[in-house]
Design a protein around this ligand. Structure first.
Ligand code: 13P
Ligand code: SF4
Length: 349
């Protein structure tokens, strides 16, 4: 079907489903998809939207862990669907339950983990890891609230095991004033994460060695090149970028923060933005009164976010009008229940 035809069809199916349907869209989605989102947001906002909606069907245009989060928070009788089940998250896949459990056991050889270590998972993680946090008194965080969540976690227990994104963890620790010598990178393939017991006892934050391949492509030389080209340009980056890039940037924040900063800035403001290109490109289009560029010369797209296309969204809606559930996202209750506890602790903060 041609795009205009597909647009008409999706609008018609949406209208037919009325209040039974809500479409949630992450800011990194393609324009052809995000135009149909009832709510757009970063991962924190979308988790909140998922809690608030009463729609029977929540179609999640984003990556799998986001749809899973919505399914965990959904009310009885609500169904979450994702247009492409292959839309995973490279960063989320850097940690799995057996390795995290092994790290927990290892830490338990040195510390009284249940009293001395709080597990905190970035929302970019599988439901079983959120459940692990819920089972051990821990919580979830997003890039928008990592500082607040880590502060709460460290107020309750003296140490935190943070997974899977080392960069978000390190950047947040730096902003909180945690000295680098109290931050330990954990190597899950080595006994005791590659550290001796004394070093473990001195640490306050254990970081899992995960990373996002989109955000770690922004390099310090990109920042320096912009500064040389134009001293007035403001460098605005996502906290999944490396510590070196964040240290050189003017501002750092979640996707919603990036949008807010552009929206509240006067005409003529110049930005070089270090995040996914669909968002940077949309901001540039929506704000022609400002100068908005990607921090790097080449555009960095999230491959899996881009797997969600208008055609696949249309297939899900067509299924719903015909009473067929295409790609429902189901989290078994024994995982959903503890995962919800960890998410609710975050939402309370
Ligand atoms: P946000 O929390 O800013 O939405 O980021 C999610 C993400 O996947 C960034 O790569
Ligand atoms: Fe995951 Fe990175 Fe894509 Fe975000 S941009 S969804 S962290 S792979």
């Amino acid at each position: 079907m041609e795009t205009t035809e597909l647009n008409k069809q999706v609008s018609a199916w949406k209208a037919r489903l009325g209040p039974d349907l809500v479409i949630l869209g992450h800011h990194y989605q393609r324009d052809e998809v995000i135009q149909f989102a009832d709510f757009r947001g970063d991962s924190l906002q979308l988790a909140r939207d998922a809690v608030r909606t009463d729609a029977r069907y929540i179609v999640f245009c984003g990556v799998h862990f986001m749809a899973e989060t919505a399914a965990i928070l959904a009310k009885p009788g609500q169904t979450v669907l994702i247009p492409d089940v292959e839309a995973g998250c490279f960063l989320a896949d850097r940690a799995d339950l057996p390795l995290v459990e092994a790290a927990w056991r290892d830490l338990g050889r040195v510390l009284d983990v249940e009293r001395e270590v709080m597990p905190v998972t970035y929302i970019n993680s599988a439901a079983v890891l959120k459940a692990f946090c819920g089972q051990h008194g821990g919580m979830v965080c997003t890039s928008a609230n990592a500082g607040k969540v880590l502060a709460r976690a460290l107020a309750e227990r003296p140490r935190v095991l943070f997974f899977p994104d080392q960069h978000l963890g390190r950047n947040t620790a730096r902003r909180m004033g945690i000295p680098p010598e109290e931050v330990l990178l954990w190597d899950p393939r080595r006994p005791l994460g590659g550290h001796d017991p004394e070093r473990i006892r001195q640490a306050r934050l254990f970081l899992w060695p995960g990373w996002c391949y989109v955000h770690t492509r922004f390099r310090p030389e990109h920042v320096r090149a912009w500064r040389e080209r134009d001293p007035d340009v403001r460098i605005l980056v996502h906290p999944e970028c490396t510590e070196e890039v964040v240290a050189l940037a003017d501002e750092v924040g979640s996707t919603s923060y990036i949008i807010r900063r552009v929206e509240e800035s006067p005409p003529g403001t110049k930005w070089a933005i270090g995040t996914e290109f669909n968002l940077v490109h949309r901001l540039a289009r929506e704000h022609p009164e400002q100068f908005i560029f990607s921090l790097s010369d080449e555009p960095h797209y999230c491959r899996t976010m881009n797997l969600i296309t208008l055609e696949k969204l249309a297939r899900v809606l067509e299924g719903l009008v015909n009473g067929v559930l295409v790609n429902p996202v189901v989290v078994p209750p024994e995982v959903a229940e503890p995962a919800r506890r960890a998410l609710e602790r975050m939402l309370e903060i």
